[in-house]
Design a protein around this ligand. Sequence first.
Ligand SMILES: CC(C)(COP(=O)(O)OP(=O)(O)OC[C@H]1O[C@@H](n2cnc3c(N)ncnc32)[C@H](O)[C@@H]1OP(=O)(O)O)[C@@H](O)C(=O)NCCC(=O)NCCS
Length: 204
Amino acid sequence: MALIRTHDSDEAAHLVATGGQLRRVARDMAVDLSTARIPEPGSTPEGLRVEVLGSDSDGIAAAAAAALLPEHVDFGIWSGVDRFRYWRQLLAGQGPCGSVLHAPSRLARDRAGGVVGAVVVTHMAASEWWSGDPWIPEIFVVADFHRRGLGSLLLGHAMRSCSQGGHRRLGLTVSEGNPARNLYERFGFRPFRTTWLIERAARR
Ligand SMILES: CC(C)(COP(=O)(O)OP(=O)(O)OC[C@H]1O[C@@H](n2cnc3c(N)ncnc32)[C@H](O)[C@@H]1OP(=O)(O)O)[C@@H](O)C(=O)NCCC(=O)NCCS
């Protein structure tokens, strides 16, 4: 099987019409920090504390897994991925999204010290499709703590810190069908590029 990545909707439609399996539709979104309403600091949900990201990659990897319920659109993407290695590399700045920016990144813990959420912001290199502004490769909240405002708090912190740091834009990628997109749109993020990932039989 070959995994084909395209940003062209016609090519994607053709690949699917000729037997390809659509695996993911991903939207890159960005917020213009010079015009967006930057959220004020909010209060942390009862019993939780928000701190610097640190380097507990194993604790964060386990919590990130607990953020994704089986019905989540991204659940399948992670099967077969070594999350512990992924998080080690991300925090060490060895991932495709560049080195971690510590001021806008944050970790949330519960009373027992367990990781319950995080936002990671990195310095994504400039390219033909990105301005070189900060990027959010990961934001998650453990499922038991969903919809209590923690995700908004983490995202608001990232936006405020990037804006105060003089950055103009902040970007991220969200899968089609992930309700997190509603949250991002509420904070002013708008889609600017789509990626189709299509699997098809390799040519002999
Ligand atoms: C996205 C995420 C970080 C939001 O964290 P959170 O603490 O639940 O966020 P908040 O409580 O501040 O805001 C929740 C908002 O997110 C959106 N949302 C996120 N997940 C949702 C779901 N399963 N169903 C409906 N709305 C959802 C809604 O807009 C919701 O607002 P509402 O409660 O007023 O309807 C969290 O849902 C999560 O970890 N999801 C799994 C991992 C993930 O998808 N990460 C983002 C990858 S791009």
